[in-house]
Design a protein around this ligand. Structure first.
Ligand SMILES: *Cc1c(COP(=O)(O)O)cnc(C)c1O
Length: 442
């Protein structure tokens, strides 16, 4: 062998070190979301030509009816956004002054912070490293007299351990709010996410799996929660006749009905009907679209079965649990299987192969200064403890899995179509980087 042949045969195949890229094919619309057709356009056009009728609730109520049929729930209530639907769900569950909610710490702020505007505080729990969802074993010891609700986020589309959580909630008589913003249409042991707890809420903003543009939805089988939520932020449903409402109202409880005409929270949570028109068309095709996504994502993970360093973030195949639209799809990174290679370096190598990625999930909210020091309402002390009977703030080191998770999860391709030749290329890129990890350690 000549010296140049030796040099080329030992040269790395990794793109980061000068080798050829693993991903070369044009992915076309593999990652395009939402999928917009002329049917979506038509629905939006019709609505914007309605004039003042845009501000009604008739189309939103049709959407709500379709959501109820789809998920098998009694009540659905449209919201201007997911954050508002979570606020409504919390009020619906009776969260108020001096109460506590329990929620996982790595989480989008909107699932937690509405509790502060109701005068409650937030007790953050740790997560399970394999599901990225709340650790049921870290819930019970946090429950006190003041605990009103556990907010369960099906994080990055993974269905949280609902059986364990519901058992704890029942034992202590606290409500369970499911935040389904990442997992619309997902199942837990065959049951629709959002319908297992006392109330579900989800976002329909443009980046989520089920899209209205901006929008939210509350779902429940509990008439009292539904009526409280409606009374709080939907004045047009309280029974006040106006040009935006038939005046019939949806509230039967006399304790709430006597305040008809104004929203008790002082909020206007109505869903924009341009958005609900779009959402109706999106929902019509959503169940079939997520079947396709499910096939594509499972194909990707099946190809990577047994590859060191990277593990699927999905429930076992025979569990009856599914990932809905696989929002914010993640892989579990295990640097110890790759000689300690950092997640950053692994992601850099993947990016060089043609898939731009980085490590991490939503940040640890329990360490954010707003959850420690912000005096939002002028109480003269931090809002988070303004009405609380105890201080549940937690500093660095208190939630170890949460605080280490940025090194143990990475973004993976979120395929919207099951096209084997493209998916195989992406899987090959992951396999290549994992199998050449030692070259990145030098
Ligand atoms: C997006 C999101 C929300 C907030 O929804 P918006 O529609 O953006 O207000 C709440 N919870 C989670 C987990 C989310 O990802």
């Amino acid at each position: 062998m000549s010296s140049t042949e030796v040099a080329s045969s030992t040269k790395s195949s990794l793109a980061l070190l000068g080798g050829p890229k693993a991903i070369t094919k044009d992915p076309a619309d593999m990652f395009t979301w939402p999928i917009i057709t002329s049917e979506d356009e038509q629905a939006v056009l019709e609505m914007i030509h309605r004039g003042v009728g845009m501000s009604g609730t008739d189309v939103t109520k049709q959407l709500e009816k379709e959501v109820c049929e789809w998920l098998g729930v009694k009540y659905a209530l449209g919201y201007c956004n997911g954050t508002a639907s979570l606020l409504g769900a919390m009020f619906g569950c009776g969260v108020g002054i001096g109460d506590e909610i329990i929620i996982q710490s790595p989480v989008y702020w909107a699932a937690a912070l509405p509790a502060l505007s109701l005068g409650a505080t937030i007790n953050f729990a740790d997560i399970l490293g394999d599901t990225l969802c709340i650790d049921p074993a870290d819930i019970e010891h946090r429950i006190s007299e003041d605990t009103k609700a556990i907010v369960v986020v099906h994080n990055c589309a993974y269905p949280a351990e609902m059986d364990e959580i519901m058992a704890i909630a029942e034992k202590h008589n606290v409500k369970v709010i499911e935040d389904v913003s990442h997992a619309q249409g997902g199942l837990y042991k065959g049951r629709a996410l959002g319908t297992i707890g006392h109330v579900g809420a989800f976002s329909m903003m443009a980046g989520k799996s089920l899209v209205a543009g901006e929008g939210g939805m509350l779902i429940t089988n509990d008439q009292n929660i539904f009526e409280r939520a409606a009374a709080f932020g939907h004045y047009e449903r309280t029974g006040l006749p106006s040009m935006y409402s038939d005046g019939k109202g949806q509230i039967t409880n006399p304790e709430l009905k006597k305040f008809a005409g104004v929203p008790l929270g002082g909020y206007k949570h109505r869903l924009n009907q341009v958005a609900s028109s779009l959402a109706r068309v999106q929902l019509k095709y959503y169940p079939q679209r997520i079947v396709e996504i499910q096939k594509a994502m499972n194909r990707f993970w099946d190809l990577l079965e047994g590859v060191p360093g990277i593990k699927a973030h999905r429930p076992p195949a025979d569990s009856g649990s599914t990932m809905g639209g696989w929002y914010a799809a993640k892989g579990l990174y295990r640097s110890e299987e790759l000689g300690g290679l950092s997640a950053e370096k692994f992601c850099q190598a993947l990016t060089a192969e043609g898939f731009e990625t980085r490590p991490g999930i939503n940040g640890p909210l329990h360490l954010h200064p707003a959850l420690h020091d912000a005096d939002v309402y002028g109480h003269g002390k931090p809002t988070v403890i303004a009405n609380a009977s105890r201080d549940v703030r937690q500093g660095p080191g208190s939630l170890p899995v949460t605080e280490g998770i940025a090194k143990r999860a990475i973004s993976i391709p979120w395929f919207k179509h099951d096209r084997p030749e493209i998916i195989e290329e992406y899987a090959a890129a992951f396999r290549k980087v994992a199998e050449h990890a030692d070259e990145l350690l030098k």
